[in-house]
Design a protein around this ligand. Structure first.
Ligand code: ATP
Length: 467
């Protein structure tokens, strides 16, 4: 019987990630850097597969979407227009734990006449009315940096706290160069940086992370029905994406964020809350940003950022639906879904395997010669391995798998080792191969084996992996 072991699941995932080279603690040889993580050889493959699949689904396969890749450091005025900076930026800040609104601590009475911080439990949040505060701190979420050799204030800039703004800033460029008509979207994948007050839960909340974001521009709505239609469409698209990467939708709640907890720019927000082992937490967000961003960037830049309808000649700021996906939170949810233990295994301990979608797995297949000391087996296995990798073909970039090679130890251990990293198919070259040109293909989830002719192997695996 195969059982999902919920107890201690996070510890098991963290340990597997380190043991097998998915995720390492950042700067480990120097004692680490709190809540920073590095992705090893298998982790980077999984991360890349997530991003590639997302790009394929939301950009390549659609006619109404274009991609872009903006800078991490933008003109600081961008963050004034977006509302990320403000008059209280360099002051003592306090954050409401409920609605995440931030305030000048002195404005609310957390600082006495002498400038000392005072502890008060009776102050309610002006936004949501709750009395649940973080400790006052001297920073906001944006990381500051300096451009140029001096540290004068005029050279100060920020690392972007979201990828979205580069898309708004380039709205006109993209419109002019692509001639897209509404509705259409822009997509971007890239790093974002937030000086989070409470990072933690492994890679769930970090100060440096990657976002996959879409800004979907729609007509100026005449009624709520107009934008709700697009919004519902993106709810469905987000759910379809989750299924594509192997998330069980029964573990996801689409949470309607109430008025007093929404970001200042949003008229409707749905947070997709996934049942992580440490609680139900936001996996992705979907927001209706209205025309807030384009309007404000026009105000701050003095540039016309309106859209002109070619038929009616009407000019207006398009409204925006924004689905926002975290790469690392996807990575973690995928691992939580995929981790399996099979206690009926024969090699002593339970068989641990990652039931990853085959197209996401770091390796789609592994190739083994049955015995490492039989040159004929090794040579034949190399031939199969090279053909799967397309090493001898000029088309390798278009049609190759990631394939692992292993010739160490006994075959059972090699299977278990591949199971643990989610390799869906193991191909073994044995003495029968030399006789009849067939190999055994063993399935990760069922441990069942079939024999396949070598010339048919690639097609056989392609169908299994992508259908
Ligand atoms: P949270 O409420 O968890 O802080 P948020 O509402 O601030 O998240 P958004 O601003 O909506 O997050 O960002 C969009 C997506 O980016 C999130 O749904 C999540 O997947 C990802 N994300 C945001 N902050 C982090 C972080 N600190 N670490 C990892 N991923 C993050």
């Amino acid at each position: 019987m195969v059982k999902k072991q919920e107890s201690g699941l996070m510890e098991k995932i963290v340990s597997l990630c380190k043991r097998r080279g998915f995720v390492f603690a950042g700067s480990e040889i120097y004692g680490g850097l709190a809540n920073s993580w590095d992705y090893g050889p298998l982790g980077v493959e999984l991360k890349n597969s997530i991003k590639k699949l997302w790009w394929q689904k939301f950009v390549v396969e659609r006619d109404d979407m274009v991609g872009m890749d903006g800078a991490v450091i933008l003109n600081p005025k961008v963050w004034e227009a977006s509302g990320h900076t403000g008059a209280g930026f360099a002051d003592l800040m306090i954050e409401c734990k409920k609605c995440h609104s931030r305030f000048r601590a002195d404005h609310l009475g957390f600082v006495d006449e002498k400038g000392n911080i005072v502890s008060r439990e009776d102050i309610s949040c002006p936004e949501c009315g709750k009395e649940d505060w973080t400790e006052p701190k001297q920073f906001n979420l944006m990381f500051k940096t300096n451009i140029g050799p001096t540290e004068e204030k005029t050279n100060m800039a920020y690392l972007r706290p979201e990828t979205a703004q580069a898309m708004f800033v380039n709205f006109k460029n993209i419109l002019d160069t692509t001639r897209k008509t509404l509705p259409f979207g822009m997509a971007q994948i890239g790093k974002a940086f937030r000086n989070e007050i409470t990072p933690g839960n492994f890679i769930f909340r970090t100060r440096e992370f990657e976002q996959m974001e879409i800004e979907y521009f729609i007509e100026e709505p005449n009624s709520d029905k107009d934008w709700q239609k697009h919004f519902e469409y993106w709810v469905k698209q987000t759910k379809d994406w989750m299924e594509l990467i192997g998330i069980n939708l029964k573990k996801v709640d689409a949470f309607e964020v109430p008025d007093n907890e929404r970001a200042h720019y949003s008229k409707r927000t749905v947070d997709f809350m996934y049942e992580f082992p440490f609680g139900k937490k936001e996996l992705y967000g979907l927001a209706y940003r209205t025309d807030f961003d384009l309007k404000n960037h026009e105000k701050f830049s003095g540039q016309n950022l309106k859209y002109k309808d070619q038929e009616t000649g009407k000019e207006f700021w398009p409204h925006v639906i924004e689905p926002s996906f975290g790469v690392e939170r996807s990575f973690l949810a995928i691992l939580c879904e995929a981790y399996q233990e099979d206690p009926s295994a024969t090699l002593g301990a339970s068989r641990v395997y990652l039931k990853l979608k085959p197209y996401l797995a770091p390796y789609q297949a592994a190739v083994f010669p049955l015995l490492a000391n039989k040159p004929q087996l090794v040579a034949k296995a190399r031939e199969v391995y090279d053909s799967l990798k397309n090493r001898n073909s000029s088309f390798s970039i278009h049609n190759s798998f990631n394939v692992a090679w292993d010739e160490r130890g006994n075959i059972g251990k090699r299977y278990y080792s591949q199971d643990e990293i989610g390799t869906p198919y193991c191909v073994t070259i044995d003495f029968d191969t030399l006789e009849n040109n067939t190999v055994t293909v063993r399935d990760r989830d069922t441990a069942k084996q079939v024999r396949v002719l070598v010339p048919e192997l690639k097609d056989f695996l392609t169908k299994k992996i992508y259908s």
